[in-house]
Ligand binder design. Sequence first.
Ligand code: PMP
Length: 365
Amino acid sequence: AQERVFNFAAGPAILPESVLLRAQSELYVWPGSGMSVMEMSHRGKEFKSIIEKAESDLRTLLQIPPEYSVLFLQGGATSQFAALPLNLCAAATDPVDYVVTGSWSDKAFKEAQKFCKPNVVWSGKAEKYTKIPPFGELKQNPDAKYLHICANETIHGVEFKNYPTPKNPNGVLVADMSSNFCSKPVDVSKFGVIYAGAQKNVGPSGVTIVIIRNDLIGHAQGLTPVMFDYKIHAENNSLYNTPPCYGIYMCGLVFEDLLEQGGLVEVEKKNQKKAEILYNAIDGSNGFYKSPVEKSVRSLMNVPFTLEKSELEGEFIKEAAKEKMVQLKGHRSVGGMRASIYNAMPLAGVQKLVAFMKDFQARHA
Ligand code: PMP
């Protein structure tokens, strides 16, 4: 067998070994169909059973209330940055609110500027995106159609541990959960829309999942392209056009695996344990390693850290790769290191990283 590495990439990212092996065993012939999932008609009964099971398992995992639709779309979370204002604002003059806690919420805000009147209710930029604001500090517009947050900033490693309420009683909370989707239980009923690219926690790139309250569907601005109109996709059960069939199948296998692990309560416990040993290693290093993020909002998924002797960073990354721990380089915009420890990263991977960090420190302190 070919040896695998511990892949700490931010996305596309590590997938569960059991899921990859199952996909391998079903690659040539999906049981009973005589063909691969990649060759199937998206309108056939076999693929229908695959997408319906994926949706129903996701509904079980997140306990999605019946008044919400689940859409399997394409175009990445980036397309949702435009789809949200196009669907939730009646006109380009509608006000909406954005909490800017890092690069991703900033990108979402900037895209919205083309389609509505977004307002930044708080920005962490001056503090290098190391904080989540106390919700009382949000300067919300009482007329905002929605309040947008990025639940977990993949680059900066800050994560909302609870959620703000929109000031407008008719407004809704919208969350980009790309990098912490299905990493812990979430009360879906607090949100109007949750969206996520699949390629961090639940599958390959190419699938974007949108969970949306049904009353928010059907109000898209007239110029909205069909591919961005939630109503089109909801009415057609995500089969208006050819969906990313194989990616949806892979997400389905991941959802099954998460349910077999005992669901998101169990998954969260594992994620807390992994994050705890990594942050403890950083905090217990006498400043050799440093986490820039305020303790109470540190992400369980993406752990950025720096070396006090920053000139050693290249060496750290090179030596780690030699020991089969890869993709530890921080995002080009922030530098340093970043260990992404999504659901599929085994505890053994984090333990190995921590042991390496201690050894590296002993040799270079
Ligand atoms: N939001 C977040 C939080 C992300 O991490 C990413 C991807 N890294 C995106 C949005 C953009 O996603 P995509 O590349 O799927 O468009």
